[in-house]
Design a protein around this ligand. Structure first.
Ligand SMILES: [Zn+2]
Length: 272
């Protein structure tokens, strides 16, 4: 598919690069509310109690019952041992760990019920480099590209980054709060970082995503839903409408739904 044009660019332009958590500049609404250089202050929860029973826009949401919709491996599903192996203190066995200091604790007793999908590439539209990984681990050389100047001092992260080839990097334990959604609101609740998992897809708003990304994303979503009470998967554009537009029109939500519904036959090895 040819990339569609990138519409609705923000006046400042940097949407194309999509910075997790908000505006690229340190305007105080990056994930975690404040950039939190020390890397460890949750910031004020800012629960403004502005319940809005109606979603701000038609959600892209992927249906809640992921585990029942699609069983990834043998039809009867992974064994309990396999489930245990899949996660270790919030780290997924299917991802390469790249621990980031950009996280803090979820509010006590907060259940993880939401997945927020994003897209990012640095520089915008260039794939395959290490800049996103460097950004999320505070190692990005902001002199290396003119675009990076606006990223100086930014402290952001996501739980996962799905590369074009389907490789998955994990930066923050899912038990902890990553800083990806910034000012956000979903179904009457503010600050989605509190109760969500953030997944960044290597991409650009308006660009199509690769087959491997969909495949791996579906696998990751199933694994998440087996471990946490995930109720919905939505886009950053859904929880921060007007401010954020990723993953954007190039992301094929129906395709993801189909993948999640697809039930695979038993693996060959299951029969010996
Ligand atoms: Zn985003």
């Amino acid at each position: 598919m040819r990339p569609a044009s990138v519409a609705n660019r923000a006046e400042r332009g940097p949407k194309a690069g999509h910075l997790p958590g908000g505006s690229p500049v340190r305007a105080g609404h990056s994930p975690g509310r404040s950039p939190v250089r020390a890397g460890h202050s949750p910031g004020q929860p800012q629960l403004r109690a502005a319940p809005s029973p109606v979603p701000l826009r038609v959600p892209h949401g992927v249906s809640p019952s992921l585990p029942d919709d699609g069983v990834e491996e043998p039809v009867r599903g992974p064994s309990s041992a396999a489930r245990r192996r899949a996660w270790r203190e919030g780290w997924w066995s299917g991802a390469e760990a790249r621990p980031s200091p950009n996280f803090d604790e979820r509010p006590a007793g907060e259940a993880v019920t939401l997945v927020v999908l994003h897209s990012i590439s640095l520089p915008p539209g260039e794939y395959g480099g290490d800049a996103v990984e460097q950004l999320f681990t505070n190692r990005l050389d902001c002199d290396a590209h003119p675009y990076y100047a606006q990223l100086r001092g930014l402290r952001v992260s996501a739980h996962f980054f799905v590369r074009r080839d389907g490789r998955v990097l994990q930066f923050v334990s899912c038990d902890r709060r990553a800083w990806h959604a910034g000012r956000s609101h979903w179904r009457g609740r503010d600050d989605c970082n509190h109760y969500s998992i953030g997944i960044e897809l290597e991409g650009l708003e308006g660009h199509a995503f690769d087959d491997e990304q969909y495949r791996v994303l579906a696998r990751l979503l199933r694994a998440l839903a087996r471990r946490w009470p995930i109720a919905e998967t939505v886009g950053h554009e859904d929880v921060a409408p007007g401010r954020k537009a990723d993953p954007g029109p190039g992301f094929d939500w129906p395709r993801l739904r189909r993948l999640l519904r697809r039930r695979r036959p038993s693996l060959p090895r299951a029969t010996g």
